[in-house]
Design a protein around this ligand. Structure first.
Ligand code: PBG
Length: 327
């Protein structure tokens, strides 16, 4: 034949050559499993909007953690759902905070599993916002950035003291990474890294999560602190700031609708990048699969591959356990 041909592409019918020439790999070792913990014992409550995900209690979560570790999943990300919510989210860092109890029980059951904690107030506040509220100049309720920083630093320290391997602030307040870093260093936790939700967009894809964490905002929305979907350069700015304040891993969230942002970040920064394959991205596939309209396993692997191809080092995904079993 006179023309160059793409012989390799045709040869990829053969799995060996397909594997040898793959530009992107996804392994269980790249994945972090988010888990929800609530007070009580013996709990394993299904989350209706997220089939296959559960709210655990500190005792049952240890069993799940052990199973995940046995499957080779390297890390979990914990979200806490408190007994009572109030205006300042006091159960986020109270004595016996549910996340702290879960950390201790996971560490007993699976000492090598990395325990990362989500640091935010929205699960703990009765108004469902990620920070403390005070009236703005016109008397309307607004999130108070600086008052929130104190709460987040205290929550981070509580998690570190309970044994968390890394903290992950997801609130998007300005200056929180630096504030948390100072607090942790001051208490001797210099080696506890921070994975910052840096480019976190105000997204409809968090819908199912707010069911899971029982945290929809009771008024307004999160647009005054989360990013606006049309903006990508602004995401780079947010990441630069977090890096300068001491973030060790930068995150883009959600993943699928923001693969361009992830790719840009991978060119711009030399730090590890995490991408959060969020609840809505998971539940869409689950819902379509339940109708028989899509093959869940194939779709999930394709999604995770795309996220890695775009530049993510790590992926937070509700498919982590399934993926480990599929391999
Ligand atoms: C808390 C937080 C949210 C998610 C992670 N941390 C919700 C939100 O900001 O509204 C979303 C995770 C998901 O949808 O899977 N601030």
């Amino acid at each position: 034949m006179e023309f160059p041909i793409t012989r390799l592409r045709r040869l990829r019918r053969d799995a060996v050559i397909r594997r040898m020439t793959a530009e992107t790999t996804v392994t269980t070792g790249h994945l972090i499993m988010p888990l929800f913990v609530r007070p009580g014992t013996g709990e394993k409550r299904p989350i209706p909007s997220m089939p296959g995900a559960f709210q655990w209690s500190p005792d049952t979560i240890a069993e799940e953690a052990k199973e995940l570790a046995g499957l080779g999943v390297p890390a979990v990300l914990l979200f806490g759902i408190p007994e009572h919510k109030d205006s300042t989210g006091s159960e986020a860092d109270s004595d016996g905070a549910v996340v702290c109890r879960a950390i201790e029980s996971i560490k007993r059951a699976a000492p090598d599993l990395w325990v990362i904690t989500d640091v935010c107030l929205c699960e703990y506040t009765d108004h469902g916002h990620c920070g403390v509220i005070k009236p703005d100049r016109r008397g309307r309720p607004d999130v108070d950035n600086d008052a929130t920083l104190e709460r987040l630093a205290s929550e981070s320290l509580a998690h570190a003291q309970a044994g968390a391997d890394m903290v992950a602030p997801s609130d998007m307040m300005d200056g929180r990474v630096g504030h948390i870093r100072t607090e942790l260093d001051g208490a001797g936790f210099c080696d506890t890294p921070i994975m910052a939700y840096s480019a976190k967009y105000a997204s409809a894809f968090y819908g199912p999560f707010r069911d899971a964490a029982e945290s929809p905002p009771q008024f307004g929305d999160r647009r005054t602190y989360q990013m606006d979907p049309p903006n990508a350069r602004e995401a780079i700015r947010e990441m630069e700031l977090d890096l300068a304040e001491g973030a060790d891993i930068l995150m883009v969230k959600p993943a699928l609708a923001y693969l361009d942002v992830l790719h840009r970040a991978s060119i711009e920064f030399d730090t590890p990048l995490a991408a959060y394959n969020v609840s809505g991205e998971y539940s869409m596939v689950k819902a379509a699969a339940a109708q028989g309209w899509i093959d869940e396993k194939q779709a999930a692997i394709e999604i995770l591959t795309a996220i890695r191809r775009a530049g993510a080092s790590l992926i937070l995904t509700y498919w982590a356990k399934d993926f480990a079993r599929w391999r």
